[in-house]
Design a protein around this ligand. Structure first.
Ligand SMILES: Cc1ncc(COP(=O)(O)O)c(C=O)c1O
Length: 339
């Protein structure tokens, strides 16, 4: 409540808030293997982080093509539309991960401003092969923005508990990754508005800076002016409260529930888009009308889940507040609607 009124857009007037902001950026950088030379911003969410990143790349590189996988979050389309950039989709393979061959065919040193890769797709929780994508980008001198809005505070903890040994790397351990979106207000358990944009080279933001003489700073590089800082204070509090071990435990519980749900769905004959590698379970229905009807009928019975389009189906995100005990009831309700 205290931080609802303090303004991140006027850091000179709110030095304590700015200090919390900088601490949250450092904590996110340390989780994603950044170093002291890197920087970032806590913004209103993943959408603003993606839009800000693409804006900075467009201005700094004077190019307008954005390449992103077909599974990219819609905010990448919003960014391209707002910024007058051309978004070309890169095909995904059967596991909904970006095709490196198709990227290779589409990337251009002269035209491409930035490539966007996903670490935790919205519909499936999938990771693109960022380790291979960064090599293609580096060969063409193109920066690589990773949208880890969801996965950035999921995969590092799953890796630490040894959940999946072969989760592909996607963070600053890869030299070709130039920026990352990572949202404390998703799996970081913070209050909105709290989305993060991390930058290998923070001077990138100079490309979008505007003079702000009436404020306490000389210039600001952000879409919004006055910015509520409650999300920053909340992210700081959550990081201190949970710590790495707390998040590991939280994610372990979510993942166990996701696997339990996946197994029970398969037992009664449902098919999944991919075997869950994060707490996202995407149930294939392969028919748009059936997916719409299923979502509606689940909603009428108070199961509020989302619909997916690639493939048509239903998505369940096993967030920490969900109890494993509800899974059989959900599966039998879904079965009575669909099968
Ligand atoms: C992968 C991904 N990127 C970006 C966003 C946008 O985040 P926000 O709603 O915080 O703007 C989402 C939202 O779910 C997302 O899943």
């Amino acid at each position: 409540m205290l931080f609802l009124e303090s303004n991140l857009g006027d850091p000179g007037l709110y030095p304590g808030t700015q200090h919390l902001h900088d601490s949250v950026v450092q904590m996110l950088l340390s989780i994603l293997h950044g170093d002291g030379l890197m920087g970032g911003r806590i913004l209103s969410g993943g959408s603003e982080a993606n839009i800000t990143a693409l804006w900075a790349y467009r201005n700094s590189r004077q190019r307008r093509q954005v390449l992103a996988p077909e599974t990219a979050h819609y905010s990448v389309g919003t960014a391209a539309d707002l910024l007058g950039m051309n978004l070309s989709y890169v095909r995904v393979d059967d596991s909904y991960a970006m095709s490196v061959d198709d990227l290779e065919a589409k990337i251009s040193s002269e035209k491409t401003a930035v490539v966007v890769a996903m670490a935790g797709t919205t519909e499936h929780g999938q990771i693109d092969p960022v380790d291979e994508i960064q090599l293609v980008c580096a060969r063409h001198g193109v920066p690589l923005h990773v949208d880890a809005a969801f996965g950035g505070l999921v995969f590092p903890f799953l890796s630490r508990i040894g959940y999946r040994k072969r989760l592909p790397a996607f963070d600053f351990t890869l030299a070709g990754v130039t920026s990352i979106t990572v949202d404390p207000h998703k799996m970081g358990m913070a209050t909105a508005p709290s989305g993060g944009l991390l930058l290998r080279n923070p001077t990138l933001l100079e490309a979008i800076a505007q003079p702000t003489t009436y404020l306490s700073s000389e210039s600001l590089a952000s879409i919004l002016g006055t910015r509520c800082s409650a999300g920053v204070a909340s992210a700081y509090a959550m990081f201190r409260f949970y710590g790495i071990n707390g998040y590991m435990k939280l994610l372990q519980g979510c993942m166990q529930n996701a696997e339990r749900l996946a197994a029970q769905l398969k037992d009664v004959g449902f098919r999944l888009a991919i075997e869950p590698i994060s707490p996202v379970v995407c149930i294939r229905l392969d028919d748009e009308d059936l997916a719409k009807r299923t979502q509606r009928e689940l909603g009428q019975r108070n199961w509020l889940v989302s619909r997916t389009t690639q493939p048509h189906g239903i998505r369940v995100v096993m967030m920490p507040h969900l109890q494993g005990a509800i899974i059989p009831d959900f599966v039998s309700t879904l079965r009575s609607i669909v099968l």
